[in-house]
Design a protein around this ligand. Structure first.
Ligand SMILES: C[S@@+](CC[C@H](N)C(=O)[O-])C[C@H]1O[C@@H](n2cnc3c(N)ncnc32)[C@H](O)[C@@H]1O
Length: 266
């Protein structure tokens, strides 16, 4: 995991860029998947691989009765997350989830663009950890690139791939569901940058018929406005960024990813 740790410790600029300029993939995942967080009096939520902590923070704002914990492999990212976002129901911790897990049980585990970064040979152990981390009727919410998108990146933009970037098939999700003694209760292809490049899925540990509404279609969830996000970056991290109309953040990321890869391979 050393290579991954080095890579993600230098991933802060990419994630700051995503936050400031509103990465389409992450905004779509946060806004669309929020409806799978049950609106009960209180649920405990774990956001695995939270990166800069943006998703964890947005959820904590909306579900203010519930508790949110963002964990990530990278101490650099967690330090920035803690500075950037504060809420009384929110905290961030460093964990390499393949080695150690929080000593708590959760109603919801979220993984946005993370499951594909768990090495195949660590998958069984990871599934066992997820089983232990989930409460009896807990659920896992996943956003992941499809195999079509991974194939596309391998052929056309290998720099867009991260140190561990596995193919996740529908069968992989069924295997995960089996290992956490649950069911795949929702699966949908999404079109983010290209057709069918992402999928969203919910895996429920114990499906209880009629126990609670799985989907709240009327949920009015909106992420914080860009002006507030830019102010937060300036006030909390001392980073001053301006919105340049017509400039695409994608090319900035590609340049950055190239730089990071070069640095790591040295
Ligand atoms: C592609 S980024 C996604 C970040 C954020 N969830 C998002 O959607 O922008 C993958 C994240 O997973 C984290 N990660 C990778 N392997 C991990 C592990 N073994 N334990 C905890 N976090 C891990 C990385 O540090 C990184 O922040």
């Amino acid at each position: 995991m050393k290579e991954s740790l080095e890579f993600y410790n230098q991933f802060d600029n990419k994630l700051i860029n995503d936050y400031a300029f509103g990465n389409k993939r992450l905004i779509s995942a946060i806004e669309s998947l929020s409806k799978y967080i049950p609106i009960r009096s209180k649920v405990d939520v774990l956001d695995i691989g939270c990166g800069l902590g943006w998703s964890t923070y947005e959820f904590s704002r909306f579900f203010d009765n519930s508790t949110f914990e963002g964990i990530d492999l990278s101490p650099v990212l967690i330090e920035k997350a803690r500075k950037l976002f504060q809420n009384q129901n929110l905290n961030y911790k460093v964990f390499d989830i393949t080695k150690e897990v929080p000593k708590k049980k959760y109603d919801v585990i979220i993984m946005l663009d993370v499951y594909e970064h768990i090495p195949v040979d660590a998958r069984k152990g990871f599934h066992q950890s997820l089983l232990n981390l989930l409460k009896r009727d807990g659920r896992i919410i996943i956003a992941c690139p499809t195999v079509y998108h991974q194939d596309y990146l391998k052929k056309n933009n290998p720099e867009g791939l991260q140190p561990v970037d596995e193919d996740i098939y529908y069968d992989t999700l069924q295997e995960l569901a089996k290992d956490i003694e649950g069911q795949v209760v929702y699966f949908e292809y999404k079109n983010i940058w290209r057709n069918y490049d992402y999928f969203y899925s919910v895996i429920q540990k114990e499906v209880e018929y009629n126990s609670q509404n799985l989907i709240k279609d009327d949920i009015d969830f909106q992420i914080e406005q860009q002006t507030i996000r830019l102010k937060r970056l300036k006030d909390n991290l001392g980073i001053l960024l301006e919105v340049k109309k017509g400039k695409k953040s994608k090319s900035r990321f590609q340049r950055l990813a190239k730089k990071i890869k070069k640095k790591i391979s040295k």
